[in-house]
Design a protein around this ligand. Structure first.
Ligand code: TRP
Length: 337
């Protein structure tokens, strides 16, 4: 470890390995993670059990998806020398803690979680499993197994952090003060829409992935939906109704006010505006692609990072379980030697 990680406050956050990460992930959480790595002791989880909620039939893909996420993390500058990367299923204490926490969350409370409701609807499943309904409890175990203080998340995960705080409070008041009450931290830029103005989704093909080629970026931006009222380049535009403009606000901030004015006056057409945006996004993505390509040829390095991260998380997790069992009188000092 490079520095005195033990005296720093801890962060836990991460991703489900459902596929490669896109620009929405970048502005919503990845930048934050990179920024926070020096100040905090960061734990980054790949939630492969949480993947099962709505991907039960895709487990053959999970290993490759995990690899993609690690490459995305490394390519944006998340740094395994400063932070800990690990896979949820490889730290069995998380599953143990989930069993205990499941006694501290009511079914009614879980049924009210708006994100679980939305995800269930989007999944197309006919009935919700016990594990899908209860995954916020397992996410609370992800967060609290390292006794995390801060949880950087997108706004859709705020209900889960709220539930985690309730579980931590309930545990502490029922047994004794083992857990900090973790604070959420939401990214500065509000959610980036897909290029069609809808929520980004793999199935809609409306997201730009960090690993997209320059040609893919150009193609996706070229078919993005702009102000529908604008037919001719000289028509007056409404940047507030345009999904492309949202990308200017996130990636070409300095020039966004000029583009906005020119659009409102009908001085710049959508085609030119899109071409300029693709160029800018490609300039932004170039160093990320380079790093991704570099680490793509280093599978051994990735295995080593994961082994080290799983080990480090395991040490924290064992200490947490010791404290938890002691607080609950489950340390059985007399019965067991
Ligand atoms: N639910 C998060 C997502 O879908 C992923 C996740 C799993 C997570 N465990 C976590 C995020 C713990 C923050 C903390 O993006």
């Amino acid at each position: 470890m490079l520095n005195n990680n033990n005296t720093k406050k801890r962060i836990l956050t991460g991703d489900r390995p459902t596929g490669p990460l896109h620009l929405g992930h970048y502005v919503g959480s990845l930048v934050n993670r990179v920024r926070l790595q020096d100040e905090y002791n960061c734990f980054f989880i790949i939630a492969d059990y949480q993947f099962l909620t709505d991907h039960l039939h895709d487990t053959i893909l999970v290993e490759e998806y995990i690899n993609e996420i690690i490459l995305d993390w490394l390519s944006v500058g998340m740094d395994p020398r400063k932070s800990t990367f690990f896979i949820q299923s490889q730290v069995p204490e998380i599953a143990e803690l989930t069993v205990i926490f499941s006694m501290l969350a009511t079914v009614a409370r879980l049924q009210r979680n708006p994100t679980v409701k939305d995800e269930f609807k989007a999944s197309g499943l006919r009935a919700i499993s016990y594990g899908f309904l209860g995954y916020p409890v397992s996410q609370a175990a992800d967060i609290l197994v390292v006794r995390s203080h801060l949880v950087p998340v997108g706004d859709d995960n705020l209900p889960h952090v709220e539930q985690t705080r309730e579980i931590a409070r309930t545990f502490n008041s029922t047994f004794s003060e083992v857990f900090p009450i973790p604070e959420p931290l939401v990214g500065k830029v509000s959610r980036l829409p897909g290029l069609d103005g809808q929520k980004m989704a793999k199935s809609r093909g409306n997201a730009i992935y960090l690993k997209d080629t320059p040609e893919e970026v150009k193609r996706k931006v070229s078919i993005a939906i702009t102000d529908p009222a604008r037919i001719k380049a000289t028509d007056i535009g409404h940047p507030d109704l345009c999904s492309v403009f949202k990308y200017y606000l996130a990636f070409v901030i300095n020039e966004a006010p000029t583009v906005e004015q020119n659009c409102r006056k009908g001085k710049i057409g959508c085609v030119a505006c899109k071409n300029y945006l693709s160029d800018k996004v490609n300039i932004f993505l170039e160093p990320i692609r380079e790093k991704r390509n570099y680490y793509g040829h280093k599978p051994r390095f990735i295995s080593e990072i994961l082994a080290e991260g799983i080990k480090r998380t395991g040490i924290e997790a064992k200490e947490t379980m010791r404290l938890v069992h002691e607080a609950m009188h489950y340390d059985y000092k007399k019965l067991l030697i």
